[in-house]
Design a protein around this ligand. Sequence first.
Ligand code: ADP
Length: 405
Amino acid sequence: MSGRNTSPANRVLVLNSGSSSVKYQLLDMADRSRLAVGLVERIGEESSRLVHTPADGERRERRAPMGDHGAALTAVAAELAADGMGLDSPRLAAIGHRVVHGGKRFTAPTVIDEEVLAEIERLVPVAPLHNPANLTGIRTARALNPELPQVAVFDTAFHTTMPEHASRYAIDVETADAHRVRRYGFHGTSHAYVSRETARLLGRDPAETNVIVLHLGNGASASAVRGGECADTSMGLTPLEGLVMGTRSGDIDPAVVFHLSRVAGMSTDEVDELLNKRSGLVGLCGDNDMREIVRRRDEGDARAKLAFDIYVHRLRKYIGAYTAVLGRVDAVAFTAGVGENSAPVRQAAIEGLEGLGLGLDTELNSERCDRARLVSPQYARVAVAVVPTDEELEIAAQTYALVRS
Ligand code: ADP
């Protein structure tokens, strides 16, 4: 047992608590490896399910009702303990929690205490779907091991460097400030990680590299990163603004809301649901999986083609806009489910942008590969990169750096 006590506490458990799910990963920061990954789904239902995969063992699945996050995290802790990696392990340095909204105040990862919890709670009105679930996850994890340091890593933090002319909406200043209406941006952990990895791929110092990051998952956002700091991003007060997404409209004239309310008699909640859940790719063609949309388009399906074209058109507008914001662009980086995997989307987004210094090597672009790589020709002035995102690793690294300091 003496060996156990002298082993360094260099493991971090990353928790991503959603309203009915918890995703987790246990990482060893000595070599940044995964010791276990898992997921609890359908919390609060009879059909709750836990899937746990240790790095050196078989995938295990448990089906049992888990009424709340407390029950779910207790089950996760039991699975980790069964592999000798429980929450009371002296090797565990901290838990890193993904927290969606950190408002203006949280500009960096933060060790959680009662005051921090109260501030995250105060932000619930601007993140009603996400912050309550994140808070429940934090409170439950603290109850399971009150001694363990817990760190909040905010989706919004990376974007707090945006200058006021990018973060403020052009509306009455007093009304905006009274109700915290401003552009916050999201997916910050991914934008931070991918912009840094892109600089590394180019063999350059991130502090001297300008990157346009296109995070294209089910939710999608673009950011303009100047020398490692966010200069602008496409999501705003909420994750609804910006690019066309799986089920969200992205940019839209706000008068559409008043129009639908007056003409179609829709309530605020109904329009909210329309724009967040029944719009984007799903609203346009009934599918939100880009593989399926490209397959249908290639078979001549007109709605799938239109959905693809609208998606790409918006993307190209943001590439152009962020080229203007940055002045000099060193790379455009594609990441997340669509960005990493869809060669047709990358091709359509970059095609014809030679005027902006962009080009694509179609052969490199169509190769399947899960490592970070360049897909632009040698001569292109602006590199095009495909960089797999790793939000869990970034959360673990930020958490570990904070608790060690
Ligand atoms: P999120 O984390 O936002 O849920 P992901 O980053 O996992 O989303 O991206 C999910 C999306 O990625 C899917 O909806 C699908 O459109 C797209 N996707 C995944 N794999 C592929 C693929 N091989 N080709 C094209 N698109 C893909």
